[in-house]
Design a binder for this molecule. Structure first.
Ligand SMILES: [Fe+2]
Length: 241
């Protein structure tokens, strides 16, 4: 399986704290059946001021160990970018790391605040489209505005963005609300990929196999497989060399 959203790089966001934690997460992911991991640390201006440079430095540390220990996993890196107006500047400066391509556009893993869908989100998405960037909204099933009103999601659907839901949401680790919303999105065929959003072994371990199984009960094996394999593979084909 291919995981396109996780926080396993050491010490640069609220994910793995050090290299030992990174490697423990990777070993757990391998046991879970994950063969490819896209490391997507937060870029959130003022809180996690990551850049391609800080991310690639942390990535190289991890990759070195993975190579030295001959771990059976392929890694690549991008970022999970919190929505803000400065995204337009970063896009123009070619400083946005993408998780891959979709229908000729670069795919940006875009995070909304957990509390709400900020005003201007649709306009920003339209601007990104015009600049050959297609946003993939990270874990909409955990957004409080969308949890309260499914129409908020439908507004985003109309902007032709992609949607990633979190494996742990489908199995209920985030509570009943996100579980029910993840299930509804799966049944409505609105999910493009399932990812782990793994942060730590205790708080949020990589549980892609469990998420895939829970999804398969709702939409069948073939469709669930597509969400953890075919589609993420198609998106990230140029990233895992
Ligand atoms: Fe995340």
């Amino acid at each position: 399986m291919i995981d396109l959203h996780c926080h396993i790089l050491p010490g640069i966001d609220d994910g793995a704290k050090n290299l030992d934690e990174s490697l423990a997460l990777i070993n757990t992911a391998i046991s879970n059946g994950i063969t490819h991991m896209m490391c997507t640390p937060h870029i959130q201006l003022g809180r996690f001021d990551n850049t391609v440079d800080t991310i690639s430095m942390a990535f190289n540390q991890v990759q070195q160990q993975v190579t030295a220990q001959a771990l059976n996993i392929k890694l690549a890196f991008a970022a999970e970018v919190r929505i803000c107006p400065e995204i337009m500047i970063l896009a123009k400066q070619a400083k946005l790391p993408f998780i891959g391509q979709w229908q000729g556009k670069n795919v940006l893993l875009l995070e909304l605040p957990h509390s709400h869908v900020p005003p201007g989100t649709e306009q920003l998405i339209k601007w990104l489209h015009k600049n050959d960037i297609i946003p993939m909204i990270a874990h909409p099933e955990r957004n409080r505005d969308i949890l309260a009103d499914y129409k908020k999601l439908k507004i985003l659907v109309r902007t032709h963005c992609l949607f990633q839901i979190t494996a742990s949401s489908i199995i209920g680790d985030f509570g009943e609300g996100p579980k029910a919303l993840a299930e509804k999105m799966l049944m409505d065929d609105l999910v493009n990929i399932i990812a782990t959003d793994a942060h730590s072994l205790k708080r949020r371990p990589p549980k892609l196999a469990e998420g895939r199984m829970a999804a398969a009960k709702l939409i069948g094996d073939e469709k669930a497989h597509k969400l953890v394999f075919d589609t993420p593979q198609l998106i990230s084909a140029t990233k895992f060399m």
